[in-house]
Design a protein around this ligand. Structure first.
Ligand SMILES: [Zn+2]
Length: 66
């Protein structure tokens, strides 16, 4: 099973570098891995301090069976 979270589910108005809705998806074996990856993505692409959004990221993290 894999944990995943979509950037757009957390930052509902997030746009990517070309101004499109951000479709970035973090995947990892653990929720902590997803949080870490998404934190880096938000800082690098959206200039968002995800430190305050950790609870939000966790709430948006889902599990797939793939
Ligand atoms: Zn994004």
């Amino acid at each position: 099973m894999v944990k995943y979270a979509r950037c757009n589910a957390i930052l509902s108005l997030a746009l990517d570098a070309s101004g499109e809705g951000c479709r970035y998806m973090s995947k990892d074996d653990t929720e902590d891995g997803v949080v870490e990856d998404m934190t880096k993505h938000m800082g690098a692409v959206h200039q968002v301090d995800a430190g305050e959004l950790v609870a939000n990221i966790r709430a948006c993290t889902k599990t797939t069976r793939k």
